[in-house]
Design a protein around this ligand. Structure first.
Ligand code: PFF
Length: 461
Protein backbone atom coordinates (compact mmCIF):
# COMPACT_ATOMS: atom_id res chain seq x y z
CA UNK A 1 0.00 0.00 0.00
CA UNK A 2 2.79 2.37 0.89
CA UNK A 3 4.20 2.10 -2.62
CA UNK A 4 0.96 3.44 -4.17
CA UNK A 5 1.09 6.48 -1.96
CA UNK A 6 1.16 9.82 -3.70
CA UNK A 7 4.22 11.98 -3.19
CA UNK A 8 5.48 15.48 -3.80
CA UNK A 9 7.12 15.80 -7.21
CA UNK A 10 10.33 17.46 -6.10
CA UNK A 11 12.18 18.94 -3.14
CA UNK A 12 11.14 22.43 -4.20
CA UNK A 13 7.43 21.63 -4.26
CA UNK A 14 7.69 19.71 -0.98
CA UNK A 15 9.37 22.67 0.72
CA UNK A 16 6.79 25.05 -0.77
CA UNK A 17 3.97 22.91 0.61
CA UNK A 18 5.60 22.69 4.05
CA UNK A 19 6.43 26.40 4.04
CA UNK A 20 2.84 27.05 2.94
CA UNK A 21 1.63 25.17 6.00
CA UNK A 22 4.02 27.10 8.21
CA UNK A 23 3.38 30.57 6.82
CA UNK A 24 -0.05 31.68 7.92
CA UNK A 25 -2.04 33.98 10.12
CA UNK A 26 0.49 33.23 12.85
CA UNK A 27 3.21 35.05 10.91
CA UNK A 28 1.12 38.01 9.92
CA UNK A 29 -0.79 39.06 12.99
CA UNK A 30 0.53 37.14 15.95
CA UNK A 31 4.23 37.56 15.37
CA UNK A 32 4.49 41.36 14.84
CA UNK A 33 2.23 42.01 17.81
CA UNK A 34 4.08 39.63 20.11
CA UNK A 35 7.41 41.19 19.22
CA UNK A 36 6.27 44.55 20.54
CA UNK A 37 4.61 43.17 23.65
CA UNK A 38 7.54 41.04 24.71
CA UNK A 39 10.63 43.14 24.37
CA UNK A 40 11.12 43.85 20.64
CA UNK A 41 14.38 42.45 19.34
CA UNK A 42 14.90 40.58 22.63
CA UNK A 43 11.82 38.51 21.77
CA UNK A 44 13.09 37.98 18.23
CA UNK A 45 16.37 36.62 19.63
CA UNK A 46 14.53 34.10 21.86
CA UNK A 47 12.26 33.26 18.94
CA UNK A 48 15.27 32.56 16.73
CA UNK A 49 16.87 30.46 19.47
CA UNK A 50 13.63 28.46 19.74
CA UNK A 51 13.59 28.02 15.98
CA UNK A 52 17.13 26.62 15.93
CA UNK A 53 17.21 24.70 19.20
CA UNK A 54 13.66 23.39 19.29
CA UNK A 55 11.79 23.78 16.03
CA UNK A 56 14.34 22.28 13.67
CA UNK A 57 14.88 19.19 15.88
CA UNK A 58 11.09 18.75 16.33
CA UNK A 59 10.56 19.25 12.61
CA UNK A 60 13.16 16.58 11.89
CA UNK A 61 11.70 14.22 14.50
CA UNK A 62 8.21 14.51 12.95
CA UNK A 63 9.64 14.11 9.46
CA UNK A 64 11.58 11.00 10.44
CA UNK A 65 8.37 9.33 11.65
CA UNK A 66 6.44 10.35 8.51
CA UNK A 67 9.08 9.52 5.93
CA UNK A 68 10.11 6.25 7.53
CA UNK A 69 6.58 4.84 7.67
CA UNK A 70 4.98 6.70 4.74
CA UNK A 71 1.90 6.78 6.89
CA UNK A 72 -0.04 9.51 8.64
CA UNK A 73 0.08 10.09 12.41
CA UNK A 74 -1.93 7.27 13.95
CA UNK A 75 -0.80 4.47 11.65
CA UNK A 76 2.77 5.77 11.67
CA UNK A 77 3.08 5.53 15.45
CA UNK A 78 1.36 2.16 15.42
CA UNK A 79 3.75 0.86 12.80
CA UNK A 80 6.86 2.03 14.67
CA UNK A 81 5.69 0.96 18.13
CA UNK A 82 3.10 -1.76 17.55
CA UNK A 83 0.93 -2.76 20.47
CA UNK A 84 1.88 0.27 22.58
CA UNK A 85 -0.04 3.38 23.60
CA UNK A 86 2.07 5.63 21.39
CA UNK A 87 -0.51 5.40 18.63
CA UNK A 88 -2.92 7.43 20.77
CA UNK A 89 -0.55 10.35 20.47
CA UNK A 90 -1.06 9.95 16.77
CA UNK A 91 -4.78 10.24 17.28
CA UNK A 92 -4.41 13.27 19.56
CA UNK A 93 -2.38 15.00 16.89
CA UNK A 94 -5.07 14.25 14.31
CA UNK A 95 -7.64 16.14 16.32
CA UNK A 96 -5.51 19.15 17.24
CA UNK A 97 -5.22 20.52 13.67
CA UNK A 98 -8.91 19.88 13.09
CA UNK A 99 -9.78 21.98 16.13
CA UNK A 100 -7.40 24.68 14.92
CA UNK A 101 -8.98 24.50 11.47
CA UNK A 102 -12.43 25.19 12.91
CA UNK A 103 -11.57 28.60 14.33
CA UNK A 104 -8.89 29.38 11.73
CA UNK A 105 -11.56 29.01 9.06
CA UNK A 106 -13.71 31.62 10.78
CA UNK A 107 -10.82 34.10 10.55
CA UNK A 108 -10.28 32.92 6.96
CA UNK A 109 -13.90 33.90 6.30
CA UNK A 110 -13.25 37.35 7.79
CA UNK A 111 -10.33 37.79 5.42
CA UNK A 112 -12.60 36.97 2.45
CA UNK A 113 -14.97 39.71 3.64
CA UNK A 114 -12.13 42.23 3.83
CA UNK A 115 -10.77 41.18 0.46
CA UNK A 116 -14.21 41.84 -1.02
CA UNK A 117 -14.30 45.20 0.78
CA UNK A 118 -10.93 46.17 -0.69
CA UNK A 119 -11.95 44.99 -4.16
CA UNK A 120 -15.01 47.24 -3.93
CA UNK A 121 -12.81 50.19 -2.89
CA UNK A 122 -14.12 50.49 0.65
CA UNK A 123 -10.84 51.81 2.07
CA UNK A 124 -10.57 55.10 0.26
CA UNK A 125 -12.42 57.48 2.58
CA UNK A 126 -10.04 59.23 5.00
CA UNK A 127 -12.99 60.62 6.96
CA UNK A 128 -13.80 57.20 8.46
CA UNK A 129 -12.23 57.15 11.94
CA UNK A 130 -10.38 54.32 13.65
CA UNK A 131 -13.39 53.82 15.93
CA UNK A 132 -15.72 53.68 12.96
CA UNK A 133 -13.56 50.93 11.42
CA UNK A 134 -13.69 49.05 14.73
CA UNK A 135 -17.46 49.43 14.79
CA UNK A 136 -17.73 48.10 11.21
CA UNK A 137 -15.60 45.09 12.11
CA UNK A 138 -17.49 44.58 15.37
CA UNK A 139 -20.88 44.58 13.74
CA UNK A 140 -19.64 42.19 11.04
CA UNK A 141 -18.23 39.53 13.35
CA UNK A 142 -21.10 39.74 15.81
CA UNK A 143 -23.66 39.27 13.04
CA UNK A 144 -24.93 35.75 12.52
CA UNK A 145 -25.14 34.91 8.84
CA UNK A 146 -22.45 36.64 6.86
CA UNK A 147 -19.46 35.27 8.84
CA UNK A 148 -21.06 31.80 8.68
CA UNK A 149 -21.45 31.94 4.90
CA UNK A 150 -17.85 33.07 4.48
CA UNK A 151 -16.60 30.41 6.92
CA UNK A 152 -18.44 27.85 4.77
CA UNK A 153 -16.85 29.26 1.62
CA UNK A 154 -13.37 29.15 3.16
CA UNK A 155 -13.88 25.52 4.26
CA UNK A 156 -15.19 24.64 0.81
CA UNK A 157 -12.03 25.96 -0.90
CA UNK A 158 -9.98 23.77 1.44
CA UNK A 159 -12.12 20.75 0.64
CA UNK A 160 -11.72 21.27 -3.11
CA UNK A 161 -7.92 21.45 -2.83
CA UNK A 162 -7.66 18.43 -0.53
CA UNK A 163 -10.05 16.25 -2.55
CA UNK A 164 -7.91 16.91 -5.64
CA UNK A 165 -5.07 15.07 -3.89
CA UNK A 166 -1.44 15.62 -2.95
CA UNK A 167 -0.05 16.21 -6.45
CA UNK A 168 -2.99 17.77 -8.23
CA UNK A 169 -4.38 19.64 -5.24
CA UNK A 170 -1.97 20.58 -2.47
CA UNK A 171 1.21 20.64 -4.55
CA UNK A 172 -0.31 22.54 -7.45
CA UNK A 173 -1.94 25.05 -5.11
CA UNK A 174 1.04 25.77 -2.83
CA UNK A 175 3.52 25.80 -5.73
CA UNK A 176 1.86 28.99 -6.92
CA UNK A 177 0.56 30.57 -3.73
CA UNK A 178 3.66 30.31 -1.51
CA UNK A 179 6.02 32.21 -3.87
CA UNK A 180 3.26 34.75 -4.57
CA UNK A 181 2.91 35.27 -0.82
CA UNK A 182 6.57 36.18 -0.52
CA UNK A 183 6.39 38.56 -3.43
CA UNK A 184 3.33 40.31 -2.03
CA UNK A 185 4.65 40.70 1.49
CA UNK A 186 7.93 42.13 0.18
CA UNK A 187 5.96 44.65 -1.91
CA UNK A 188 3.99 45.74 1.13
CA UNK A 189 7.20 46.00 3.17
CA UNK A 190 8.83 48.27 0.59
CA UNK A 191 5.76 50.48 0.54
CA UNK A 192 5.52 50.55 4.31
CA UNK A 193 9.19 51.39 4.88
CA UNK A 194 8.97 54.39 2.58
CA UNK A 195 6.10 56.02 4.50
CA UNK A 196 6.97 59.17 6.46
CA UNK A 197 7.28 58.27 10.15
CA UNK A 198 8.10 54.62 9.48
CA UNK A 199 11.18 54.89 11.72
CA UNK A 200 9.25 54.35 14.95
CA UNK A 201 7.90 51.07 13.58
CA UNK A 202 11.39 49.91 12.69
CA UNK A 203 12.56 50.81 16.18
CA UNK A 204 9.66 48.77 17.63
CA UNK A 205 10.93 45.74 15.76
CA UNK A 206 14.66 46.07 16.48
CA UNK A 207 15.06 47.68 19.92
CA UNK A 208 15.71 44.97 22.50
CA UNK A 209 14.17 45.33 25.95
CA UNK A 210 15.42 42.40 27.97
CA UNK A 211 13.43 43.43 31.04
CA UNK A 212 10.29 42.19 29.30
CA UNK A 213 11.69 38.69 28.81
CA UNK A 214 9.75 36.96 31.59
CA UNK A 215 8.96 33.24 31.74
CA UNK A 216 5.61 34.05 30.18
CA UNK A 217 7.34 35.91 27.33
CA UNK A 218 9.61 32.95 26.70
CA UNK A 219 6.66 30.58 26.73
CA UNK A 220 4.99 32.87 24.21
CA UNK A 221 8.09 32.81 22.01
CA UNK A 222 8.19 29.02 22.19
CA UNK A 223 4.45 28.59 21.62
CA UNK A 224 4.53 31.05 18.75
CA UNK A 225 7.47 29.26 17.12
CA UNK A 226 5.64 25.91 17.33
CA UNK A 227 2.41 27.41 16.03
CA UNK A 228 4.21 29.17 13.24
CA UNK A 229 6.01 26.04 12.05
CA UNK A 230 2.85 23.90 12.42
CA UNK A 231 4.66 21.61 14.88
CA UNK A 232 3.30 19.04 17.30
CA UNK A 233 0.08 18.49 15.37
CA UNK A 234 1.12 15.90 12.83
CA UNK A 235 0.97 18.24 9.81
CA UNK A 236 4.68 18.07 9.15
CA UNK A 237 4.63 14.34 9.86
CA UNK A 238 1.86 13.87 7.29
CA UNK A 239 3.54 16.04 4.64
CA UNK A 240 6.82 14.20 5.29
CA UNK A 241 5.02 10.93 4.57
CA UNK A 242 4.61 12.25 1.00
CA UNK A 243 8.34 12.89 0.58
CA UNK A 244 10.34 10.72 -1.75
CA UNK A 245 12.36 8.11 0.14
CA UNK A 246 15.67 9.70 -0.91
CA UNK A 247 14.73 13.19 0.31
CA UNK A 248 17.12 14.99 2.65
CA UNK A 249 15.26 15.80 5.88
CA UNK A 250 17.88 18.24 7.13
CA UNK A 251 17.47 20.28 3.96
CA UNK A 252 13.66 20.33 3.99
CA UNK A 253 13.64 21.22 7.70
CA UNK A 254 16.18 23.99 7.28
CA UNK A 255 14.59 25.56 4.21
CA UNK A 256 11.10 25.46 5.67
CA UNK A 257 12.20 27.01 8.97
CA UNK A 258 14.23 29.72 7.28
CA UNK A 259 11.33 30.66 4.98
CA UNK A 260 8.91 30.74 7.88
CA UNK A 261 11.09 32.89 10.14
CA UNK A 262 11.99 35.19 7.25
CA UNK A 263 8.34 35.64 6.35
CA UNK A 264 7.41 36.53 9.94
CA UNK A 265 10.17 39.14 10.14
CA UNK A 266 9.27 40.64 6.74
CA UNK A 267 5.61 40.76 7.80
CA UNK A 268 6.67 42.63 10.94
CA UNK A 269 8.54 45.18 8.84
CA UNK A 270 5.57 45.39 6.47
CA UNK A 271 2.99 46.08 9.16
CA UNK A 272 4.61 47.95 12.04
CA UNK A 273 6.14 50.90 10.12
CA UNK A 274 2.70 51.57 8.58
CA UNK A 275 1.03 51.35 12.00
CA UNK A 276 3.47 53.82 13.53
CA UNK A 277 3.44 56.07 10.47
CA UNK A 278 -0.28 56.46 11.11
CA UNK A 279 0.46 57.37 14.74
CA UNK A 280 -1.31 54.35 16.21
CA UNK A 281 -0.38 52.05 19.07
CA UNK A 282 -0.22 48.52 17.68
CA UNK A 283 -3.22 46.48 18.79
CA UNK A 284 -3.53 42.75 19.25
CA UNK A 285 -4.51 39.95 16.92
CA UNK A 286 -7.52 40.34 14.68
CA UNK A 287 -7.92 43.98 15.71
CA UNK A 288 -4.61 44.78 14.07
CA UNK A 289 -5.55 43.34 10.71
CA UNK A 290 -9.21 44.16 10.48
CA UNK A 291 -9.51 47.47 12.35
CA UNK A 292 -6.18 49.27 12.43
CA UNK A 293 -4.97 48.45 8.94
CA UNK A 294 -8.22 49.36 7.13
CA UNK A 295 -8.03 52.70 8.96
CA UNK A 296 -4.43 53.13 7.82
CA UNK A 297 -5.37 52.26 4.24
CA UNK A 298 -8.15 54.85 4.32
CA UNK A 299 -6.03 57.64 5.83
CA UNK A 300 -3.18 56.99 3.43
CA UNK A 301 -5.81 57.30 0.76
CA UNK A 302 -6.10 61.03 1.44
CA UNK A 303 -3.30 61.80 -0.98
CA UNK A 304 -3.41 58.73 -3.23
CA UNK A 305 -6.64 56.76 -2.72
CA UNK A 306 -6.02 54.31 -5.54
CA UNK A 307 -2.52 53.35 -4.44
CA UNK A 308 -3.54 52.73 -0.87
CA UNK A 309 -6.53 50.71 -1.98
CA UNK A 310 -4.32 48.61 -4.22
CA UNK A 311 -2.03 48.01 -1.23
CA UNK A 312 -5.13 46.96 0.71
CA UNK A 313 -6.07 44.45 -2.01
CA UNK A 314 -2.53 43.03 -2.03
CA UNK A 315 -2.60 42.82 1.75
CA UNK A 316 -5.89 40.95 2.02
CA UNK A 317 -4.96 38.59 -0.82
CA UNK A 318 -1.79 37.82 1.17
CA UNK A 319 -3.77 37.11 4.33
CA UNK A 320 -6.23 34.88 2.49
CA UNK A 321 -3.54 32.88 0.67
CA UNK A 322 -1.46 32.56 3.82
CA UNK A 323 -4.48 31.26 5.72
CA UNK A 324 -5.44 28.83 2.95
CA UNK A 325 -2.02 27.23 2.50
CA UNK A 326 -2.00 26.54 6.26
CA UNK A 327 -5.58 25.36 6.61
CA UNK A 328 -5.19 22.92 3.73
CA UNK A 329 -2.41 21.18 5.70
CA UNK A 330 -4.65 20.93 8.78
CA UNK A 331 -7.44 19.26 6.81
CA UNK A 332 -4.98 16.98 5.02
CA UNK A 333 -3.66 15.67 8.36
CA UNK A 334 -7.12 14.38 9.25
CA UNK A 335 -7.93 13.16 5.75
CA UNK A 336 -4.66 11.22 5.55
CA UNK A 337 -5.58 9.49 8.82
CA UNK A 338 -8.98 8.36 7.52
CA UNK A 339 -7.50 7.28 4.19
CA UNK A 340 -4.59 5.35 5.74
CA UNK A 341 -6.29 3.92 8.75
CA UNK A 342 -9.93 3.53 7.75
CA UNK A 343 -9.20 2.94 4.05
CA UNK A 344 -11.72 5.59 3.11
CA UNK A 345 -11.74 7.37 -0.21
CA UNK A 346 -10.15 10.82 -0.16
CA UNK A 347 -13.44 12.45 -1.16
CA UNK A 348 -15.45 10.75 1.56
CA UNK A 349 -12.82 11.45 4.23
CA UNK A 350 -12.71 15.11 3.22
CA UNK A 351 -16.47 15.48 3.31
CA UNK A 352 -16.75 13.90 6.77
CA UNK A 353 -14.07 16.15 8.24
CA UNK A 354 -15.45 19.13 6.36
CA UNK A 355 -18.74 18.50 8.18
CA UNK A 356 -17.16 18.17 11.62
CA UNK A 357 -14.86 21.19 11.33
CA UNK A 358 -17.59 23.25 9.74
CA UNK A 359 -19.93 22.52 12.66
CA UNK A 360 -17.33 23.40 15.30
CA UNK A 361 -16.43 26.47 13.25
CA UNK A 362 -20.08 27.54 13.33
CA UNK A 363 -19.94 27.51 17.14
CA UNK A 364 -16.65 29.45 17.04
CA UNK A 365 -18.16 32.03 14.72
CA UNK A 366 -21.30 32.39 16.80
CA UNK A 367 -19.18 32.87 19.90
CA UNK A 368 -18.71 36.46 18.74
CA UNK A 369 -22.47 36.90 18.37
CA UNK A 370 -25.37 34.93 19.86
CA UNK A 371 -23.04 32.65 21.87
CA UNK A 372 -20.87 35.44 23.26
CA UNK A 373 -22.04 34.74 26.80
CA UNK A 374 -21.61 31.00 26.55
CA UNK A 375 -18.36 30.23 28.37
CA UNK A 376 -16.50 27.01 29.06
CA UNK A 377 -13.71 27.35 31.68
CA UNK A 378 -14.27 31.10 31.46
CA UNK A 379 -13.63 31.34 27.73
CA UNK A 380 -15.80 31.54 24.63
CA UNK A 381 -15.76 28.53 22.32
CA UNK A 382 -13.51 30.40 19.87
CA UNK A 383 -10.99 31.36 22.57
CA UNK A 384 -11.12 27.92 24.14
CA UNK A 385 -10.25 26.25 20.81
CA UNK A 386 -7.45 28.76 20.26
CA UNK A 387 -5.86 28.60 23.72
CA UNK A 388 -6.28 24.89 24.23
CA UNK A 389 -4.43 24.16 20.98
CA UNK A 390 -1.77 26.84 20.77
CA UNK A 391 -0.95 27.13 24.49
CA UNK A 392 -1.09 23.48 25.34
CA UNK A 393 -1.77 20.76 22.76
CA UNK A 394 0.86 21.87 20.24
CA UNK A 395 3.59 22.04 22.88
CA UNK A 396 2.53 18.74 24.37
CA UNK A 397 2.43 17.10 20.92
CA UNK A 398 5.89 18.44 20.09
CA UNK A 399 7.28 17.10 23.37
CA UNK A 400 5.82 13.66 22.70
CA UNK A 401 7.22 13.51 19.16
CA UNK A 402 10.78 14.27 20.29
CA UNK A 403 10.49 11.82 23.17
CA UNK A 404 9.28 9.16 20.75
CA UNK A 405 12.11 9.62 18.27
CA UNK A 406 14.76 10.27 20.93
CA UNK A 407 13.86 7.54 23.40
CA UNK A 408 11.48 5.02 21.89
CA UNK A 409 12.80 4.53 18.36
CA UNK A 410 16.07 2.71 17.89
CA UNK A 411 18.99 5.06 17.35
CA UNK A 412 20.09 3.02 14.33
CA UNK A 413 16.68 3.48 12.69
CA UNK A 414 16.67 7.20 13.36
CA UNK A 415 20.14 7.49 11.87
CA UNK A 416 19.19 5.35 8.90
CA UNK A 417 16.24 7.61 8.05
CA UNK A 418 18.10 10.86 8.65
CA UNK A 419 21.10 9.86 6.56
CA UNK A 420 19.19 7.79 3.98
CA UNK A 421 21.08 4.66 4.92
CA UNK A 422 24.36 6.55 5.21
CA UNK A 423 24.25 7.92 1.68
CA UNK A 424 23.95 11.55 2.81
CA UNK A 425 27.48 12.26 3.99
CA UNK A 426 26.72 15.72 5.43
CA UNK A 427 23.82 14.38 7.48
CA UNK A 428 25.95 11.49 8.70
CA UNK A 429 28.52 13.96 10.03
CA UNK A 430 25.98 16.05 11.95
CA UNK A 431 23.74 13.19 13.05
CA UNK A 432 25.03 12.99 16.62
CA UNK A 433 24.45 16.70 17.19
CA UNK A 434 20.90 16.57 15.79
CA UNK A 435 20.16 13.42 17.78
CA UNK A 436 21.44 15.07 20.97
CA UNK A 437 19.08 18.00 20.38
CA UNK A 438 16.13 15.68 19.76
CA UNK A 439 16.92 13.46 22.74
CA UNK A 440 17.95 15.98 25.38
CA UNK A 441 17.88 19.66 24.49
CA UNK A 442 14.37 19.92 23.01
CA UNK A 443 12.55 17.98 25.77
CA UNK A 444 14.46 19.67 28.59
CA UNK A 445 13.97 23.19 27.22
CA UNK A 446 10.25 22.60 26.62
CA UNK A 447 9.77 21.30 30.16
CA UNK A 448 11.86 24.09 31.74
CA UNK A 449 10.00 26.86 29.92
CA UNK A 450 6.67 25.28 30.77
CA UNK A 451 7.64 24.94 34.43
CA UNK A 452 9.01 28.50 34.66
CA UNK A 453 5.76 29.86 33.36
CA UNK A 454 3.77 27.71 35.76
CA UNK A 455 5.84 28.80 38.76
CA UNK A 456 5.46 32.41 37.68
CA UNK A 457 1.71 31.98 37.46
CA UNK A 458 1.68 30.49 40.95
CA UNK A 459 3.80 33.46 42.09
CA UNK A 460 6.59 31.15 43.21
CA UNK A 461 9.19 32.87 41.02
N1 PFF B 1 1.55 27.62 10.94
C1 PFF B 1 0.29 28.25 10.80
C2 PFF B 1 0.40 29.75 11.02
O1 PFF B 1 1.47 30.24 11.38
O2 PFF B 1 -0.60 30.43 10.87
C3 PFF B 1 -0.74 27.69 11.72
C4 PFF B 1 -0.88 26.21 11.74
C5 PFF B 1 -0.87 25.45 10.57
C6 PFF B 1 -1.08 25.61 12.95
C7 PFF B 1 -1.05 24.10 10.63
C8 PFF B 1 -1.26 24.25 13.01
C9 PFF B 1 -1.24 23.52 11.86
F1 PFF B 1 -1.45 22.24 11.95
Amino acid sequence: MASNRENFGSRTTAVLAMAGSAIGLGNIWRFPYMVGQNGGAAFIIVYLLCAVMLCIPIFIAESIIGKRTQQSTFSAMDKLAPGTSWKWIGLLTVFTPLIILSYYSVVGGWSIEYLIKSLTFSFTDPAVSRDAHSAIFGSFITSTWKPLILHTLFMAINAVVVIAGVRKGIEKFTKITTPVLFLLVVLIMIYSLTLPGAGAGIEYMVKPDFSKLTGAAMLSAMGQSFFSLSLGVGCILTYASYLKKNENLMATGLYTSVFDVLFAIIAGFAIMPAVFAAGIEPGAGPGLIFETLPFIFSTMGASAPMISNIVAIIFFVTILFAALTSSVSMLETGVAWLVDEKKMSRAKATMILFGGCWALGVLCSLSYGPLADFHIFGATIFDLCDHMTSDFLMTFGSLLFVLFVGWKMKKADVKDEFTNGGSLKGNTRIFNVVYFFIRFIAPVVIVVIFATNLLEKLHLL
